[in-house]
Ligand binder design. Structure first.
Ligand SMILES: [Zn+2]
Length: 275
């Protein structure tokens, strides 16, 4: 697992260090890391490989090994553990007196509250997306929540502008707003990656007829689309053979059929839903 700091975050740390906010910055950095460790440990327990963690002042974005694998109830649990971790730290430090404890409490409580806002890329957005997936497709749910993220980012920037107008010199909200906006765009791109994969596979249908690197997957009507997509690889083309109860061939589907079905229907769709 790599921990990557966003270049603007490094800049932000550097400026804060220069301005003498070393204490606050240490608290922010450690709090964000512990928050993320919460996500990471939850993912590990659920058997999901975290490839990369990108640190932001409001939390972090974890890049999981596969966005299809990372979804559903697992994502819901992993997303919830981060804010819960921050809340626990906040409650622990609430017991202690002093300036340092007060800062730790305030920042962690803010991290907890902020991450509960239902907008992507925040944890709250991830939690809500997985609830929306019960009714909406992955693409639609992502779209709605990234729009929420962008609106939130704009509101944060406007709030900071208001603070500047009334004479409070701060840029931390503007910086947070920018991070949220970038994060929302990244989430959208992740989703369109699934979409591109789907388009790409339509082209590959032609290749399929030439018989190059074909893998045959046999599934039943009750198989989850998600579990089929997990087996796709750019190295070969899968043909999905749907068998009936007696083992006879019901239908043959292409990767594109499965991906289109997955994007159009809801996250928990099974083969029978797209036949
Ligand atoms: Zn988080």
């Amino acid at each position: 697992m790599r921990i990557k700091m966003n270049i603007s975050f490094i800049l932000f740390l550097f400026i804060s260090f220069y301005l003498g906010y070393i204490k606050i910055i240490s608290i922010i950095l450690i709090s964000v890391l512990i928050h993320e460790l919460g996500h990471g440990i939850a993912a590990k327990i659920l058997g999901i490989n975290v490839m990369e963690i990108q640190l932001f002042p409001f939390g972090a974005i974890a890049i999981m090994e596969n966005i299809i694998k990372y979804g559903g109830i697992e994502e819901l649990i992993i997303a919830s553990v981060g804010p819960i971790t921050s809340l626990i730290i906040a409650l622990v430090f609430f017991q202690f007196e002093g300036n340092f404890s007060d800062l730790v409490f305030k920042y962690n409580f803010a991290l907890f509250l902020f991450n509960l806002i239902p907008a992507l890329p925040l944890d709250g957005g991830r939690i809500l997306r997985n609830i929306l997936l019960l009714r909406l497709s992955y693409k639609r749910a992502t779209k709605i929540l990234t729009i929420c993220g962008k609106v939130l980012a704009i509101l944060i920037v406007l709030f900071n502008t208001y603070l500047l107008i009334i004479g409070i010199t701060t840029l931390s909200y503007i910086i947070t707003g920018i991070f949220v906006f970038i994060g929302a765009i990244k989430e959208e791109r992740n989703c369109s990656y699934v979409y591109l994969l789907s388009r790409n596979n339509k082209k590959k249908r032609v290749l399929k007829r030439k018989g190059r690197g074909i893998r045959l997957l046999t599934v039943s009507k009750a198989t989850d689309l998600k579990s089929i997509i997990e087996q796709f690889s750019p190295m070969n083309i899968c043909i999905i053979r749907v068998l009936d109860e007696r083992g006879g061939i019901l239908k043959e589907l292409s990767e594109a059929d499965i991906l289109d079905g997955f994007l159009a229907k809801d996250y928990y769709s099974k083969v029978k839903d797209i036949l």
